[in-house]
Structure formats: structure tokens, C-alpha cells
Design a protein around this ligand. Sequence first.
Ligand code: NAP
Length: 544
Amino acid sequence: MSAASVTGKFDIIIVGAGFAGMYMLYKAREVGLSALVLETAGGVGGTWFWNRYPGARCDVESMQYSYSFCEELQQEWQWSERYASQPEILNYANHVAHKFNLFRDIRFNSRVSSAIFHEGERVWQLSTDDGEHYYAKWCVMATGCLSAAQRPNIPGLGTFKGEIYHTGNWPRQPIDLAGRNIGAIGTGSSGIQVIPELAKLAKHLYVFQRTPNFSIPARNQPMDSAYEAEWKQSYAERRTAARKMPAGILSHIGTNSALAVSPEDRLAEYERRWAAGGTGFTAAYSDLLKYEDANSTAAEFVRKKIREVVTDPAVANLLAPVNHPIGSKRICADTDYFATFNRQNVTLVDLRANPLQEVSEHGLTAGTQLYELDTLVLATGFDAITGALSKIDMVGRQALSLKEKWQNGPNTYLGLMTSGFPNLFIVTGPGSPSVLTNVIVAIEDNVKWIADCLAYLKTRGAETIEATASAEEGWMEHVGQAAEGTLYIKAKSWYLGVNVPGKPVVFMPYVGGVPTYQKICEEVAADGYRGFTIEVHTEGLRTR
Ligand code: NAP
């Protein structure tokens, strides 16, 4: 490394200024480390900075989708709706950044292109697209699970003369979609949120659907002040209780098997949850994600609801998902999604019967028909969980590249570190509960664990920490076995990476749930960081 090229030296560099990176910066300061955050975007907020599409909204209730680490913060912030919209969440992220003076240590518009570990100096070199180099002993990848937008490889996409917008990379400046002929590809959570909004604006909206998804009405509403007050009276206790739930969300989780109750009771329970709204629907019974016969009771209930809402039976049939168990793909929450297909200006195009052929100058051809379009909206998802990491050229010990190491799927120990990459931590990495939870809970728990670990290493004058290959192997085996016992592996979902051509098909998140995972992480730490090798520099000698 040439000293002349050094543009910054820090104890710790954090990549990403979303909710993970912001909290990591706050905790790194507490540990007494000099810290820098490098962020591609022009502001904080991560996924909420980029996903500005009309209708973007969180599907975890606002009272829970927020930081819990500061009582003053959670008391002072006021959410205006049951489920917060993207602009409100982005305001919250900015409020947090101001309150804790985070901006001064964040460098925006700085995309990290490579991260290289210099073994001799035991230092990480991070280089950005604009040719800057930064050095740090510790490095934390807070790059997010849903931050690498996935553009489909459709022939002719580049020839389209109209505008193309990806929901995961929506422009910052306002765009006028009124009176346009719009095509929307993708009917996952993003598509299900944006489609009703596009329909209100469009002259005509064509929805190109390959696979229908299960969606539950969100029943969003203005924040009920009594509900908010109830939460704020006992916020800390409620946050603790939420952490005892598998998804880190305080909710009513059914403990019975769906098959152990009478059909009448089951129907009443599904009706109650449908009326209450939100993704808690699949928590009605304990075995909905374990057994197909239990699952099909819930799936059939939702298909029936879709058929009740959608007036054209042929369209209703196309919208009713039959190719995967309910909840095995991320369940969606919507506002008037299915009713949108009753509008005169909305057409559902079934890409299974009429495969997408090409995009040309003036539109899109599916089957033999050309649909003339002014605007194309891609709600085609993300290279999830590993996508943002694999965009960075990461090199560990002995010139080991992360791409090579993960060519058959990501390997980590606890989702927090990967062997061969000393001093490099990952927040909500593959092999952690991450996307199966209220991700802010997962983030806070991971960041706190990393900060405690850094404090421990600092006290002992440690030079490096690294996951051992055997601990990593054992953890990945456990992660794989846990998923095998569930219906999650029955769907072609982004959890498995099947949405990205060439990506290894491996179930990436840990399904064990927040309490189990957190207990394991805490035990590992209490046991002197079992499964990690810690190198300490003593009188010129390095000991392990
Ligand atoms: P997604 O769930 O991966 O959905 C992508 C959609 O695009 C699918 O319908 C997919 O069809 C379709 N698609 C992709 N490539 C295509 C192609 N070449 N031709 C035709 N169709 C294609 O992505 P997402 O909707 O962005 O959601 C990703 C995740 O982000 C969610 O599961 C959720 O965790 C999170 N999210 C959350 C919220 C919220 O909090 N409310 C909102 C948005 C997103 P196939 O299924 O056939 O592949």
C-alpha cells in the first residue's frame, strides 16, 4: 500500500448508511473508535432512500419498525399511520442522523468498489468508484439485504423509447405518470404496492404477471392516538417482548395446529386475521409453514377472498396463487391490490400463457400481441441478501476472493463473519434471520453484538478476529437443516436466489427465529467468542 494514495485512515469503516450503518456508526463511537461510513446514495436511509415508488410502505407496523435503542427517540417520534410510508420512514432516518450527529462521519455518493485485506499490516483497504482509498482495522458491511435492484434480462429492453423505472431504484425527482400507457412487470411486494397507485394515474395499465402472489389487506389507517399512547407507556417492555417472538414482531401467534381445530373455528380465525389485516395472517397456526395440508387451509381461504373481490372469474383465477404454499414466498400486504383489477383501465396479462417475447421501441410483446407503452415499471425485485456484497470486489487472506469463496452459495458463521476475511463483519448477513424478521430488530441485535465484540477485542489489544472454517461449516449445516424442516424451500423465491440467473440456489436466511439465534450469538460471545480465532499482539509475538 502506498502512503501517498491514502485518503483516510480510521479504526473502522462501515459500508452503507441505511438503518444498519447508522446504528453501527453510533455504536462504534460508543466503543471509542474513529469511524467512517461510505454510502453510494446521496443520503441516509438505505432501502428507503431508493424505493421511492408510489405506494412504497412498510409492512411491519410503524410502532415496531423503528429503533429501540434510545427511549427518548422512541418517545419523541410520532408516526402518522399504522404502516409508515416511504417518505415518513426516510424522514425518520434523517431525524435519527441529525439527532445523533451522524452526518459528520458519513461520506455520501461514495460507492465502494473493492475491499482488500492487507495481511501484513492487518488492515482493510476500501476503494471507491471515484478513486479514493480508505484504510481501517475493522470493516463492517452494512449493505442491506434488499439493496441490489435486479433488472430482468428482457431482449430489446435497451431499445425502448419511453421511460423505464425500477421500483428499487426510483428517481428522486418527481415524475409525472398521469395519462400514460404504463406496463408493470412484477407482482411481488413492490408490484402489489405500486400497481394500485399506477392504475390511478395511468390512461391504461398493463400488468404483466408471471407468478401471482398471496397478499393480505394491510388495513392501513391513520395512527390511533390511544394505540400509540399504549405503546409509548411501556415501549421498553414491548420491545423486549417482541424479541421473544420468532420474527421479532410483537403479535398474536397461534400455538395450535391448523388441523387440530374445527373447520368453523379455523374459518373464524382466518376471518378475524383477514379483517385485522397485515402479514400476521400466517401466524394464525403453528404449522402453516411446516405442513402442506395445514398450509392449504390458509391458502384456500385467501384464494377464495381473491375470487370474492375480483369480478371477472378468469382474472380472479389468474390472480389466485396455486404454485407455492402461502408464506413460503414473502407474504405481501396491500391496499386495494386485487380490486384494482376491476378497473376499466387495467389489464392483466398472463405471461405463462403469453410469454414475454421482447421489448421494442414502442412497447412490449407478450405472446403474439404488442402492448404499446409510454412507460415501463420494473417491480422485478432484488439480488437479495448477497447482491450488494457481490458487487464489491472483496479479497481476504491469501488473495481469497469472496466471489470465489461463495460461488456455491454464501458461507458464514452466524451470518456475522466469513472465514478467510478477518476483521470483516456483516450485518444481517446470509445465515442470520435478517429478512425473516422485523429487520430493524435483526439489525440492532447484530450491531450490538459486533460493538460488544469490538469492545472485547479492544480491551485485549487484539489484532484480528476471524471465524474458523469448522465453526462456519457447522453453522451452515445447521442453517440448511433448519430450512429443510419448513415449507420455505417449496417456493421459487429470492430467499433461495432463484430469481437471479446463475445465482447458486441455497436457502440464505436462518429460519430458527430471533430468540434462538440471539441466544446462540450471546452464548458464543460469553464463551470467549467460541468458533472465532482471536489474534493478540504481545511483545512482538502474535498469539492465538
Ligand atoms: P420480488 O418479490 O422478487 O418480486 C419480483 C416480481 O418480478 C415477481 O413477480 C417476479 O415473477 C417478477 N419478475 C422478475 N423477473 C421477471 C421477468 N423477467 N419476467 C416477468 N416477471 C419477472 O421483488 P419485490 O416485489 O421487489 O419484493 C422483494 C422483497 O422486498 C419483498 O419480498 C419484501 O421482503 C421486500 N419489500 C417489502 C415491502 C414492504 O415492506 N411492504 C415492499 C416492497 C418490497 P416470478 O415470481 O415469476 O419470478
